[in-house]
Design a protein around this ligand. Structure first.
Ligand code: NAP
Length: 288
């Protein structure tokens, strides 16, 4: 199956390329495709002639987005809407990736796909608007919300903790935000399976896909550094002690039952995926 991935350098785009297996995954990013200026999209799709499209491109700088609403909206709403239109016109399965940050984190329980969105920041707002735009234009599209993504490249929390943990005896990390950390390769496997299922006629809509289990940022930092053999002390701090430009939701655990029951998608527990990741990075040093 030939799958066109929009975005080529991002965490998820690279993981899709690596996990392609028997699929022909073609990732196209800038300059060939600029989602902020999507006039040439139909031509690229025509040239590649894919069996499905996965949009892995987005404006993902959560804090910076507070000062760049228009740029975030162009990438997270207008661009995906244009892609959804091209896919719809060609009757191509279209998977669009969204985020747990569409929620305000105050629900007190894992969020089902049916839960109302109420983003706290510009990034989450533009992603929520993008979801609605995609669904309106292309009701057959599958919108996959995921959370706390990390990979071996790019700016992500796990890499930051491994870098800081190598230099410092102690780290202060927020412990009152919880969610489901998700390793990019396990997410990519699920996306490829979903693309195949969509081609086979599976229905679209909203879907939550993440590694199972739950963690705070402190838990994730602790597991990453100790898993890499570091003895760094990880101190839990409240969100109030770590002010950021954008507000973050407190509890964005995604309910994963629809993915399991309707699509047979079950990702490993986050700790197992983290361990695999550390081994892949060559830094696994956990002592028995
Ligand atoms: N990272 C997370 O923790 C997280 C959590 C939940 C959901 N998500 C969602 O998962 C998806 C993938 O995220 P990620 O972590 O892989 O993001 P990422 O590493 O920040 O990559 C962003 C991608 O967007 C592309 N891009 C940026 N500007 C573009 C433009 N004008 N035109 C075309 N492409 C452009 C980049 O490609 P170039 O710059 O090379 O062009 C890159 O491939 C996104 O939808 C994101 O919202 C991420």
């Amino acid at each position: 199956m030939k799958i066109l991935v929009i975005g080529s350098t991002g965490q998820v785009a690279r993981a899709l390329l690596r996990q392609a297996g028997a699929h022909d995954v073609i990732a196209v990013g800038r300059p060939q495709i600029d989602l902020a200026n999507p006039t040439g999209l139909a031509d690229i799709v025509g040239q590649v002639a894919p069996d499905a499209i996965i949009n892995a491109a987005a404006y993902t700088a959560v804090d910076q987005a507070e000062d760049e609403f228009d740029a975030a909206r162009a990438l997270n709403e207008t661009g995906p809407a244009a892609l959804a239109r091209v896919a719809e016109a060609r009757r191509l399965p279209f998977l669009h990736i969204s985020t747990d940050y569409v929620f305000n984190g105050l629900g007190g329980a894992p969020y089902a796909e049916t839960a109302d969105t109420a983003p706290l920041n510009v990034y989450g707002q533009t992603k929520a608007d993008g979801e609605k735009a995609v669904m309106n234009i292309n009701p057959a599209a599958l919108i996959v919300r995921t959370s706390w993504v990390y990979a071996s490249e790019g700016n992500n929390f796990v890499r930051t903790m491994l870098r800081l943990g190598a230099d410092r005896d102690q780290l202060n990390v927020v412990e009152d935000q919880i969610g489901r950390p998700t390793e990019a390769h396990s997410l990519a496997d699920a996306l490829l399976s979903l693309a195949e299922q969509m081609r086979g006629g599976a229905s679209g809509g909203l879907l939550h896909v993440a590694n199972s289990g739950e963690a705070s940022w402190r838990d994730l930092a602790e597991a990453a550094t100790s898993g890499a053999g570091m003895t760094t002390q990880i101190n839990g701090i409240p969100t109030s002690a770590y002010p950021t430009r954008a507000r973050r939701p407190g509890d964005t655990r995604l309910d994963l039952s629809k993915a399991r029951n309707e699509y047979g998608i079950v990702l490993p527990d986050w700790q197992a995926s983290l361990q695999t990741f550390l081994e892949m990075m060559g830094v696994s040093g956990r002592r028995a």
